[in-house]
Design a protein. Structure first.
Length: 230
């Protein structure tokens, strides 16, 4: 009897065990989610060169160069002084050996569209960093101004409306040339720029600030050189 009961129990439990095993869910293999991709690093921003104020006139007498647009040459844009010849020595009155006043200057032949002028005098034989020594700096001179008399005052704003900038020695107005005695002749460039618009600058601006402000606004340039030796 006991043998029969054991056999029945064994036979009855087998299906239950099979059912229990068949209903167990198979383990699910979890596929890891791909890691979020990092944004590509941005490359370095290309640096743009700072534009210089000096602009070369376009060939062929274009309007930018003062021509009439038909290939005809326009009157030359000329800067000079009635007190000494172009390329000649500065008279003593305009140096530290004399009165030290600014020389008279005149100009003509400005390109069409000129609204104002900027004037820069530098000693190209003396460098301050990468810039020649600035002796005199004016900007936003109105178009109607075509000359400067001798002895311009050291004011931030002149009576003709011109603004004066800061020289290399931090002075305002004409800085009389005074090279060391025994030096070879120093060369002083006088450069006049025709502006197509007035630029926004405070009075007493540096030559670097003026160059940056004039970038893209220069229609033409006139210049001459004078020398001085002590």
């Amino acid at each position: 009897m006991r043998i029969v009961l054991r056999w029945l129990l064994a036979v009855g439990l087998v299906p239950l065990l099979l059912v229990g095993c068949g209903t167990s869910p198979a383990p699910t293999e979890l596929t890891p989610s791909p890691a979020p991709s990092r944004p590509a690093a941005a490359g370095p921003t290309p640096s743009l060169p700072i534009a210089r104020a000096i602009a070369s006139p376009s060939p062929g007498g274009s309007p930018a160069a003062g021509g009439n647009g038909n290939g005809q040459a326009a009157p030359a844009f000329v800067l000079q002084s009635p007190a000494f010849p172009v390329g000649g020595p500065l008279p003593a009155d305009f140096t530290c050996d004399g009165l030290g006043t600014s020389p008279p200057l005149t100009w003509s032949g400005a390109p069409p569209g000129t609204a104002a002028y900027a004037l820069l005098e530098q000693d190209t034989d003396v460098m301050v960093g990468s810039e020649p020594f600035t002796q005199w700096l004016l900007y936003n001179m109105p178009r109607r101004v075509t000359q400067l008399g001798a002895g311009m005052p050291a004011r931030l704003v002149l009576t003709n409306g011109s603004q004066q900038g800061k020289n290399s020695d931090q002075t305002i107005g004409y800085d009389r040339p005074c090279p060391n005695k025994g030096d070879p002749p120093h060369h002083f460039t006088f450069e006049l720029y025709a502006q197509d618009a007035f630029v926004t600058l405070e009075t007493g601006a540096t030559v670097e600030a003026v160059r940056d402000a004039l970038a893209g606004h220069v229609l033409g340039q006139a210049q001459f050189i004078a020398t001085f030796q002590r």
